[in-house]
Structures are given as structure tokens and as C-alpha cells.
Design a protein around this ligand. Structure first.
Ligand code: TNX
Length: 500
């Protein structure tokens, strides 16, 4: 009898330990209070979705089912029934942007978001709790969470040019970002090795420029071998992906790579490139991969491309690149030289700046803001509302903030997940060998002499997955992305002092 009592006592205390076990949520929430007891999800649980977040109702329903095995009855509106689960938008709650409160009690579950994205952030926390291995299926431990992001911009870039990833793969990628409370998907749609976005006024960009292989305008590259390789997204596809992402709280920033990394463009429309007296190679060994700055018609073409892109993507920003431009091309081009002379320029960075400012005027015309890689800081002034993606190193981000530009920190040395994760693995290594620990060690607001106001210009963090090496093995995309994106999500979201 005594022995039995002892066993029961041990059993009960182990249950308690289980109950009290810390919920591991990624990214780590700001404030989490666990309480004794659990809410048992009724088999026909009711979910109420605020009208303001109606567009996400299917997503909420589907993912709740996936993570709990319980099919909910969903209604739109502000319900607050006992044993129900409510998703409410409440701008008045006292939390920073995109914050949320999650309350699980014996009465049910209430998620209140400061914004629609706040509600979705709360949903992700709920889903992680429901599927945690410590939590008994069909139950939710009592908990009170107050949570909000450290940075407003938590992004991830995917290069779909060097390798093409179909619409479904991109959607899956977005799903995983959403699960990590990331809010920006930077879609690198064009590069030397394939143009992936249908532009109706320039059909050959995709009819020709999206394909490489025998008899195609582009040579095989990055493992595409002796076959026709490529693909592109129609405008309908891109709009569909935009809506898919929006329902998950993710904005898509398209990138149109100009004026460099443009071999796919000049292969489809040779007249867009310079007529050079000497052929020179870009950093990645490409020839003829630069837009001619001196050809006036090119700016009309850019106008139509940017117009079509801005019609498809509702996000505020368009990324227009500006990195690794092989300016030697312009130095051997009579039209570019004539422009240089006319403008009184003495070095080719000024041409780059000229090009960028013309592009910026077009982007402004379509009511968008420009984002560019840190090289656009060279050669002269640009619009003060330009957003800089600082990729070459932390110091480039510091310089950008010092010069007064809003800045996204994405140093290749920490946040390029195309970098190999250890000495013996496939992947780039030019920036670093980056394992998860190294990625996690990144601090976006570095110790430096930035003033508090300059620090505020650092809008957030972003990772990048360039796809030169992603041709094999299958699912290498996921292998390179995770868990490093999990680490990145916590850098972007959680409080610095909670990093562990
Ligand atoms: C540099 S990052 C590039 C890309 C490459 C990447 C590989 C940047 C703006 N340019 O074109 O794919 O390195 O890590």
C-alpha cells in the first residue's frame, strides 16, 4: 500500500513537471506566464474570426486542423462563446505594432492583435503550443502571453533565377516563414541565369530569357546541364502568391535586378545592353550582363517593367538591386561615354548613380519606394526615402544609417544561408562558413558610434538564399534554410536580453 502511494506520488509529481515544463516557442515571446491546468478543445470547437481578418479565415481553419486534428466550426465576426477560440483585432491594446495577447483559460482561447498581422502572430504561437511535443493532443495549457516584435522588418530572400522554384514550392516557403512570424518575402525574380516574372510589354523576357540549354538564348549553368531548363511565373501566378502570402501576414517585395546581373535581359533583347568595344566579365563571370545607361529607350522599357511590377505587388517597396555592376562595360561603350561627357562625370560610379536616380523617378511615379543593395550609396546622392539592403557586411549597414537611410541588415557573413554550414558541405563560402550558432550570434544593432536616432533607421533584418548550389540534392532548399531561419526569426523578433 505504502509502495503504491509512493508510486502514485511520483507519477503525480511527474505530471506536474510536465505541466510546468517551459513551452518552447520560436521566436521566444516577450512575456509568457504559464498556469496550472489545461483547456480541453471540444470536438466541435467554434472559432470566431474578426471580420477585419476575414481573408485569413481559411488559413486559420486549415492550420488549426493540421496542428490539433480537430475540425473547427468557423464563423466570421466577434463571437465570445464559452469554450470557443476568438481571433480579434483591437487597435487599442497597449502593445507595439503587430503585437498580440494570447489568453488560454478554462473559458477558452482569446487572441487579440493590435493589427491583423498581430492576430496572425498570435495564431502562430497558438499553433506551436498545440503541436508541441510536451502538450497533450487536443489540449492547450493555460497560458497568458504578451508579445510583440523587436523589429518591424523580418525578411527572407529567395533567388528563383539560378534555380527555378515553382509556385507551390514558393508557397510552401512562405508558409514556413509565416510560422516563424517573419513578415517580408523578398522575391529575387531576375538575374543573369533566368528572368522569372512575366512582363506583358516585354514578352521575350520570359519566352526567351527564362530558359537555358541547347538552342536557348542562355547557356546552361548551375547544374542545368544538357537540357532545356527554366520556367517563369505568369502575372496571374504572382498575384496568386501575393494573396496567399497576405493571408499569412507576409508582404512580398519583388526584386528586379538592374542594371547588372542582367544577362537574361540582354540575351532576350540584345539592344538593351551596351555595344562595347571590348568584352569584360562580371564578378560571376558573365559577359554582356549590364543595361546600357546611355540608351534613352531603356528608360521607357524600365518604365513599363516597373509599371507592370507595381500593379502586381501591392507592397510599398520595389527592390531594384544595383549590386555588382560590371561598370567596365560602360567604360567601353560609346553611348555611355557620350553620356558621361555630357553630364561631366569623371568616374563610372556616377553613371551608376545617374541610372539609379532615373529608375527612382520611375518608381516614384508608380507610388512606390525603392530598395537597393548597398552599392547604390556610391557615386552621388539618392532619394532620402531609399531603403538600403546592407549585404556586404555590418559596416555597410552602419555607413548607410549614418548617412540617414533606412537600412535592412543582411550581412552575408551571418544571414546568407547559401553559405555552407560546415567545412565539408556544399554551399558558398565567400562570406563565411555559417552554422546555426554563428547565424544566431548576429546582432543587428552593432556596438558602434551610431546615435539613437541612427539606430532607429535600422528597420530590421533579413536572410538570403541564393540558389547557385541549390540544384541538388532534393530538398537542399530546406536543408540550407532551417534551422538558420529559426535563428534569424528570433533575432528579428525577440528581446536582445532574452537571447539564449
Ligand atoms: C552575391 S548578394 C550576390 C549574388 C550571389 C551571392 C552568392 C548580392 C547582392 N549579390 O548575386 O548569388 O553573392 O552568395
Amino acid at each position: 500500500m505504502k509502495k503504491n502511494m509512493l508510486l502514485i506520488a511520483v507519477f503525480l509529481s511527474s505530471l506536474n513537471v510536465l505541466q510546468a515544463q517551459k513551452l518552447d516557442i520560436i521566436p521566444q515571446p516577450v512575456k509568457i506566464e504559464q498556469k496550472e491546468g489545461t483547456f480541453i478543445i471540444p470536438s466541435s470547437v467554434q472559432i470566431f474570426v474578426d471580420k477585419k481578418i476575414q481573408k485569413s479565415a481559411d488559413y486559420i481553419e486549415g492550420n488549426f486542423f493540421k496542428n490539433t486534428g480537430i475540425k473547427p466550426i468557423v464563423s466570421i465576426g466577434k463571437g465570445n462563446k464559452r469554450d470557443g477560440i476568438s481571433f480579434l483585432v483591437d487597435e487599442k491594446i497597449n502593445l507595439p505594432n503587430d503585437g498580440y495577447e494570447l489568453n488560454v483559460t478554462k473559458k477558452g482561447v482569446l487572441i487579440k492583435g493590435k493589427s491583423t498581422n498581430g492576430v496572425l502572430n498570435g495564431l502562430q504561437t497558438l499553433l506551436q503550443i498545440c503541436s508541441a511535443k510536451e502538450v497533450k493532443k487536443g489540449t492547450i495549457p493555460f497560458v497568458k502571453i504578451e508579445d510583440y516584435p523587436r523589429f518591424e522588418w523580418r525578411g527572407m530572400m529567395l533567388d528563383v533565377s539560378r534555380q527555378f522554384f515553382d509556385k507551390q514550392t514558393v508557397k510552401n516557403y512562405i508558409d514556413w516563414l509565416a510560422a516563424h512570424k517573419m513578415n517580408i518575402f523578398h522575391w529575387h525574380l531576375t538575374d543573369d541565369n533566368g528572368w522569372r516574372a512575366e512582363i506583358k510589354s516585354m514578352p521575350d523576357l520570359t519566352l526567351k530569357g527564362a530558359w537555358r540549354g541547347p538552342g536557348e538564348v542562355l547557356l546552361p549553368s548551375y547544374g542545368s546541364g544538357n537540357k532545356r531548363y527554366g520556367g517563369y511565373y505568369t502575372q496571374a501566378d504572382m498575384k496568386e502568391v501575393v494573396a496567399y502570402a497576405a493571408a499569412r501576414g507576409i508582404s512580398i517585395m519583388p526584386e528586379i535586378e538592374i542594371p547588372g546581373h542582367s544577362r537574361a535581359v540582354t540575351a532576350a533583347y540584345p539592344e538593351i545592353g551596351c555595344v562595347t568595344t571590348q568584352e569584360t566579365k562580371s564578378v560571376q563571370g558573365e559577359v554582356k550582363n549590364v543595361w546600357c545607361v546611355g540608351r534613352e529607350e531603356n528608360y521607357q522599357i524600365l518604365d513599363s517593367i516597373i509599371r507592370e511590377v507595381s500593379e502586381m505587388f501591392p507592397f510599398d517597396y520595389i527592390h531594384v538591386a544595383g549590386d555588382e555592376v560590371n561598370r567596365a562595360n560602360w567604360e567601353h561603350c560609346p553611348k555611355c561615354q557620350a553620356l558621361m561627357a555630357k553630364e561631366g562625370f569623371t568616374d563610372s560610379f556616377q553613371l551608376q548613380n545617374y541610372f539609379f536616380r532615373r529608375v527612382q523617378t520611375i518608381v516614384d511615379k508608380y507610388h512606390k519606394k525603392t530598395n537597393g543593395w548597398n552599392e547604390i550609396l556610391k557615386g552621388g546622392e539618392i532619394n532620402p526615402n531609399t531603403l538600403i539592403s546592407a549585404w556586404q557586411g555590418i559596416n555597410y549597414g552602419i555607413e548607410s544609417a549614418k548617412r540617414g537611410y533606412e537600412t535592412i541588415m543582411m550581412p552575408g557573413q551571418y544571414t546568407y544561408f547559401d553559405m555552407a554550414q560546415s567545412e565539408n558541405e556544399r554551399g558558398h563560402r565567400w562570406a563565411a562558413i555559417t552554422d546555426t550558432k554563428r547565424a544566431y550570434s548576429f546582432e543587428p544593432i552593432p556596438d558602434s558610434d551610431l546615435t539613437p536616432d541612427q539606430q532607429k533607421l535600422i528597420k530590421g533584418v533579413q536572410g538570403a538564399l541564393w540558389s547557385e548550389y541549390l540544384d541538388r540534392p532534393t530538398r537542399f532548399v530546406e536543408y540550407q534554410s532551417y534551422p538558420r531561419i529559426s535563428a534569424l526569426s528570433e533575432i528579428g523578433w525577440s528581446k536582445k536580453e532574452d537571447k539564449n
